[in-house]
Write a protein that binds this ligand. Structure first.
Ligand SMILES: [Zn+2]
Length: 325
């Protein structure tokens, strides 16, 4: 079989199906987004949307890229061992327990691979970093929750259900708050977007004359944007909330570091948009809690690829899988 030079990368999320053409040179072109309502869409709706979108993109580029023979499709969830079913999917309740992977494989006339979106994003970031001799890396997405993919020597670490484990649910404070997962003191309970917004609301409610308190008093809710604006304006409460959450993520990275010994941790996702004050706090949390002898061996950097990392990783995984099979 001739070597393909392009694959279609598809990133299925709670609000949209995003896809594009991914080259072996890690290029991404022809990006498009098909909105979906993750809360109400059925597995059949989503199968239909993905099949149609992939078919349209393929038809559109047929004359320029006749070598498209593979597609990579990623989901915010975990798959069974055989990659026929999704066991759990965040933000897409109809897909949890569905056999959508087997259905899509039957519908698409392409070599198709499936993976978790956190694995794909980490894989794409890893390929950005290989020129710096990085062999072990963790790619982290900090949004509402915390997802992470672990790469070792170019391979995605797959311990169970094709993921490295529940890295967001490592305990960093046994006396800390209860996590949505049922455990206590998880990184996600202290450092995720959800944790940050919960803390912002508690603090604003307790101090009604503060900048964030005045937002609540006006009957408005505190959004990520409100918090980012307050942070940019130097508001002490917002600064403290963002610093504390970032510091705890750094402490979580110190725990991951003891296990995986990564040379690089990349930080992406919506919370990473909080920028330098948050990044500084993450680095400080790591330096203050990790083994001093190991502190300088790890770089913590912003992710380079932004929200398209999942599409690029999905496409690269499909290309690399096709090449060896
Ligand atoms: Zn948890």
């Amino acid at each position: 079989m001739s070597k393909p030079d392009y694959a279609i990368g598809v990133d299925v999320g709670g609000q949209s199906v995003k896809l594009g053409l991914v080259g072996e040179d890690e290029s991404l072109t022809r990006v498009r987004r098909q909105p979906i309502d993750g809360q109400t869409a059925s597995a059949r709706d989503i199968t239909e949307t993905v099949t149609q979108a992939v078919g349209e993109l393929r038809d559109e580029v047929k004359s320029d890229h006749p070598g498209i023979v593979a597609a990579g499709i990623v989901f915010p969830g975990i798959m069974d061992r055989e990659r026929t079913r999704l066991e759990f999917v965040a933000n897409l309740p109809a897909l949890s327990g569905s056999a959508i992977l087997a259905d899509l494989r039957g519908r698409l006339d392409l070599d198709v691979i499936f993976d978790a979106d956190c694995n794909a994003a980490a894989y794409a970031e890893y390929h950005q970093a290989t020129q710096h001799n990085v062999r072990r890396m963790i790619g982290v997405a900090v949004g509402t929750g915390i997802g992470a993919g672990v790469i070792v020597d170019g391979q995605i670490l797959r311990i169970r259900n094709h993921i490295a484990g529940s890295l967001g649910h490592v305990c960093i404070d046994p006396h800390g708050p209860k996590c949505g997962c049922g455990a206590r003191g998880c990184i996600e309970a202290l450092a995720s977007g959800l944790a940050i917004m919960a803390e912002a609301n508690i603090r604003a409610d307790a101090e009604p004359d503060s900048r964030l308190g005045r937002v609540l008093k006006k009957g408005q809710s505190i959004t990520g944007e409100t918090l980012a604006d307050a942070l940019a304006a130097g508001d002490p409460m917002a600064t403290d909330i963002v610093h504390t959450a970032g510091w705890w993520l750094g402490a979580g990275i110190a725990s991951w570091n003891a296990i995986f010994q990564p040379q690089l941790v990349t930080l992406g996702g919506g919370i990473a948009q909080l920028g330098q004050p948050w990044l500084d706090a993450v680095r400080e949390g790591f330096r203050q809690t990790a083994r001093p002898a190991e502190v300088d061996a790890l770089r913590i950097e912003p992710a380079r690829l932004g929200p398209d990392a999942g599409i690029i990783g999905a496409g690269l995984l499909a290309l690399h899988h096709h090449r060896v099979s």
